[in-house]
Write a protein that binds this ligand. Structure first.
Ligand code: 5GP
Ligand code: ZN
Length: 116
């Protein structure tokens, strides 16, 4: 998929609006349009990567940035004490609907395990 037709690439390019709360050289984080928890933030690489299956060795630094950004945001959102969850949906059974790699950061309420 080209960047012009990918909704998250459009957010990276500032061609589509988003509530951006954190940005690094490689990562962007913004509020999910349809929040499923009091804190529901999406963390994405600025580079278009379709999903976890497309990751390569050269993405190691970006992946570290993604997780560090998640920890930073969880701290800023004051959900460190109560706990939080990171989710990467991959493919149909997981319900992936946007095909640009993203982590969901969810918190602010108790969550069941395993997910339904
Ligand atoms: P997936 O189901 O692919 O793991 O998650 C995609 C998520 O992206 C969904 O939670 C959905 O609400 C969110 N989403 C889809 N399009 C947009 C958008 O244009 N802006 C924002 N902020 N979130 C979006
Ligand atoms: Zn994209």
């Amino acid at each position: 998929m080209s960047s012009s037709s990918c909704p998250f690439c459009r957010i990276v390019a500032r061609e589509a609006p988003a509530s951006i709360i954190h940005e690094t050289e490689t990562v962007l984080a913004f509020h999910d349009l349809n929040p499923r928890a009091p804190t529901h933030v999406l963390l994405i690489p600025k580079e278009h990567v379709r999903d976890v299956r497309e990751l390569e060795d050269r993405h190691g630094g970006m992946l570290a940035d993604l997780f560090q950004a998640a920890a930073h945001i969880a701290n800023a959102e004051r959900i460190d004490d109560s706990g939080w969850r990171l989710v990467a949906n991959v493919g149909a059974d997981a319900g992936q609907s946007v095909f640009h790699l993203h982590l969901h950061l969810l918190g602010g309420r108790p969550m069941s395990w395993p997910p339904g």
